[in-house]
Design a binder for this molecule. Structure first.
Ligand SMILES: Nc1ncnc2c1ncn2[C@@H]1O[C@H](COP(=O)(O)OP(=O)(O)OP(=O)(O)O)[C@@H](O)[C@H]1O
Ligand SMILES: N[C@@H](CCO)C(=O)O
Length: 291
């Protein structure tokens, strides 16, 4: 038996659609794995009633198949599914790291990213790396066709998860197929600014780089109250606000001292619209850990 804790993640960060991602210190999935003749899965915890235990439909099943590593896998969900916090990815990351060790496959953390992404493909139809990469490697990650670059950062964040369901599959359907050259120029500038902020651990630059005029406006329509929540967070001191992954979580970058006020402002604004929510006062953290 081997236990792995894999963190929630926030992908895109506005200007880095399908490329950027960060690991969060919390919440996380805890996955226990033991060798078996065939893969079986038990799921408990947050939203487990909505998560299939069929290995063909659960992200960890695809990972076990890719690694040719059948196992009994117990998933204790700390990351609610369809949250925009990489719920499916956290389980896939934990399974990739754990089965790699259990079967002594010898893959590096970076080599495990595309293997874990095969789990994401089961769920959203696309094997996007931008959640599994930070959940496996930690910190801030830049996932491209040529591999993953990783930066250790510890930017304070507030992730506000409303009691709304937005599936990645649905959110990918509203992404525009084209963008103008001026939007391309603005996005590159914001992405470069955000990356510089991560290297300098500068919440101001990271927040500035989270601005996005291409994907975020299209997805904002799926989150009741998004614009009001974003404004309230900025008024409370957030340096930048955007949709976390495919949503509905709304994520803010900030200074430590402003976290509590930002969390309250976001919760109150959703509450004014009759929407229950919870806010994680967290920060960028480390990747999957084997116990
Ligand atoms: N191990 C798993 N953990 C969570 N969800 C899973 C898992 N395996 C399969 N799923 C399915 O994946 C879907 C949740 O994935 P989805 O990508 O929509 O949400 P998310 O991963 O929380 O969000 P995002 O990818 O935007 O961060 C649910 O429909 C769930 O049934
Ligand atoms: N980049 C993906 C992340 C999903 O968590 C999307 O936004 O669809």
């Amino acid at each position: 038996m081997l236990t792995v804790r894999a963190p929630a993640t926030s992908a895109n960060l506005g200007s880095g659609f399908d490329v950027f991602g960060v690991a969060l210190e919390r919440p996380a999935d805890v996955v226990r794995l033991s060798k078996a003749d065939r893969t079986t899965i038990d799921v408990t915890g947050a939203g487990s009633q909505f998560i299939p235990e069929d290995p063909e439909k659960n992200t960890v099943g695809a990972v076990a198949e890719a690694l040719e590593a059948p196992a009994h896998i117990e998933i204790d969900k700390g990351v609610r599914p369809a949250s925009g916090l990489g719920s499916s990815a956290a389980s896939a990351a934990a399974a990739a790291v754990g089965l790699n060790e259990l079967y002594d496959r010898g893959y590096t953390r970076e080599e495990l990213v595309p293997i874990a992404a095969k789990g994401e493909a089961v769920v959203s139809g696309d094997a996007h790396d931008d959640n599994v990469a930070p959940s496996i490697m930690g910190g801030f990650t830049i996932a491209t066709a040529s591999g993953v670059r990783q930066v250790d950062a510890s930017i304070p964040l507030v992730a506000c998860l409303p009691d709304i369901v937005v599936s990645t599959r649905d959110a990918r359907r509203v992404v525009p197929e084209n963008a103008r050259v001026d939007q391309l120029v603005e996005t590159v500038g914001n992405a470069a600014t955000l990356t510089t902020g991560m290297h300098r651990d500068d919440p101001g630059l990271v927040g500035e780089g989270m601005h996005d005029t291409v994907v975020t406006p299209a997805r904002a329509k799926l989150i009741d109250g998004y614009e009001s929540v974003r404004e309230a967070a900025l008024d409370a001191g957030a340096t930048g606000v955007t949709i976390s992954g495919a949503g509905p979580t709304v994520i803010a970058a900030c200074e430590d001292a402003d976290q509590r006020a930002i969390a309250s402002a976001m919760l109150d604004t959703f509450g004014d619209r009759g929407i229950d929510a919870r806010a994680y006062q967290t920060r960028i953290g480390r990747g999957a850990k084997v116990f």
